[in-house]
Design a protein around this ligand. Structure first.
Ligand SMILES: Cc1cc2nc3c(=O)[nH]c(=O)nc-3n(C[C@H](O)[C@H](O)[C@H](O)COP(=O)(O)OP(=O)(O)OC[C@H]3O[C@@H](n4cnc5c(N)ncnc54)[C@H](O)[C@@H]3O)c2cc1C
Length: 398
């Protein structure tokens, strides 16, 4: 096997949200020779939307792409929630918040376009990492090529090879799966700038506009053994989701689902792994660390997984920009500092997301009772305090 003496000082595994955001942050901070290795042959532009809240926008602004994405996505004014089991409704006013449903492909394209050309190398999969006696690490690609950069950042998602090498176990299955899609209204839709969340009996659903022509929707329910089989068939996904929306009795949602574009449709099994304080230290070893889902996969009920990846990127960038990349001890200290900054937040949001999921889905009598008798009455903007997090701006070198 040839050891390729890569010119890249910083190697990022994975070109999803975390990988591109980390590369862009480092680039804006003036760091040179950054390479993103993505296993797919192009940006993965399938999928629907991410809810991005205030904390995510602050990170996107730090990266310089916030306004581009604002222009393409409607700011939402309210969240209406309806419990079909109790018949109760509640409205949360978002006047003090910035919340938009951001199309995943537009987010990836905005991040990728802001990077110098040739930063992302497609069709290259990391298959292993080895640590040498001097604590530097070698990355092996699937084709046998070996690379020895100064820093290795695993942004390779929920089933991360890098996280596994660092000693993390596989993510846990939450037992629920989410259908998602994007309804397209080429002549414009009539929906107000708000989301409607529906809490049913074992089913949670929501929909709301991303922009003037596209409306995002999702439906979550208990996972079924047939899910893996149907998840590649957009016609079946659409039909199953439509039936669930019909069961919830919402005709507008049924219409949005009918108008879904095939490549926006997905069915995903929810996975999580809590970054317990006593295992968080695993997120760094020598010159290797992880960002985004590779570090803290979480269920999507708080709509924060992607935003946390953006916050991670900004924090990691700031830690690395302070040190001399020719000095391994300084790199190691910077990565330790990054993990120390992020571990509490990732743990807290991961646990909150799971609890929210159990309560919202209302599939057992006790969570359903708590949901309809306690949580519903307390729904208020105060529950959004976690969106107040500010990862801070970047000191851009002129
Ligand atoms: C149903 C659902 C709804 C969600 N809703 C929201 C929401 O509303 N708001 C929000 O903020 N977040 C949300 N999230 C979470 C968000 O999607 C993730 O947190 C985010 O995509 C994580 O980005 P990532 O870059 O860490 O991982 P990914 O997006 O999974 O990217 C990982 C990349 O690494 C590549 N890769 C993997 N292995 C290798 C390898 N060995 N070598 C090279 N490349 C590799 C993959 O091809 C991929 O491109 C949701 C998640 C789900 C499942």
């Amino acid at each position: 096997m040839a050891l390729m003496q890569s010119k890249s000082k910083i190697l990022i595994a994975g070109g999803g949200i975390a990988g591109l955001a980390t590369a862009l942050t480092l680039h804006r901070l003036g760091l040179k020779s950054i390479t993103v290795l993505e296993q797919a042959n192009s940006l993965r532009l399938t999928g629907a939307c991410l809810t991005i809240w205030d904390n995510g926008w602050r990170a996107l602004d730090a990266m310089g792409v916030g306004d581009t994405l604002r222009r393409e996505h409607t700011q939402l004014q309210r969240i209406d929630t309806l419990s079909t089991t109790s018949g109760l409704t509640k409205c949360i006013d978002l006047q003090h918040h910035e919340m938009r449903l951001v199309q995943r492909k537009k987010l990836l394209v905005a991040l990728a376009q802001a990077l110098p050309s040739n930063t992302i190398r497609f069709g290259l999969k990391i298959s292993a990492i080895h640590q040498r006696q001097d604590r530097s690490s070698i990355v092996t690609l699937e084709d046998g090529t070996q690379i020895s950069p100064k820093v290795i950042i695993g942004c390779d998602g929920v089933n991360s090879t890098v996280a596994k090498w660092l000693g993390f176990g596989p993510p846990n299955l939450a037992g629920r799966s989410v259908f998602q899609g994007l309804g397209n209204f080429p002549q414009g839709h009539h929906f107000q700038p708000k989301t409607l969340e529906i809490w049913g009996n074992g089913i949670t659903a929501a929909f709301g506009p991303c922009n003037e022509t596209d409306v995002f929707w999702y439906l979550s329910r208990k996972s079924l053994s047939s899910d893996a089989e149907i998840s590649y068939n957009s016609t079946i996904l659409q039909e199953k989701a439509r039936h669930l929306a019909e069961d919830l009795g919402n005709k507008e949602m049924v219409e949005v689902i009918k108008r879904s574009t095939p490549n926006s449709l997905s069915l995903t099994s929810m996975k999580y792994r809590y970054l317990w304080p006593f295992i968080a230290g695993k997120a760094q070893k020598g010159n290797v660390t992880v960002v985004g889902d590779a570090m803290h996969p979480m269920t999507p009920e708080l709509g924060q997984g992607g935003a946390l990846a953006l916050e991670d990127s900004v924090t990691l960038g700031k830690c690395l920009a302070e040190v001399d990349l020719e000095k391994p001890a300084e790199i190691e200290a910077a990565l330790k500092k990054y993990v120390e900054h992020r571990k509490g937040r990732a743990f807290e949001i991961g646990v909150q997301s799971s609890v929210s999921g159990i309560l919202q889905s209302g599939s057992w009598w006790l969570p359903k009772l708590i949901r309809d008798k306690v949580v519903f009455n307390r729904l208020s903007p105060k529950m959004l305090h976690h969106t107040g997090y500010d990862c801070g701006p970047l000191q851009i070198l002129s």
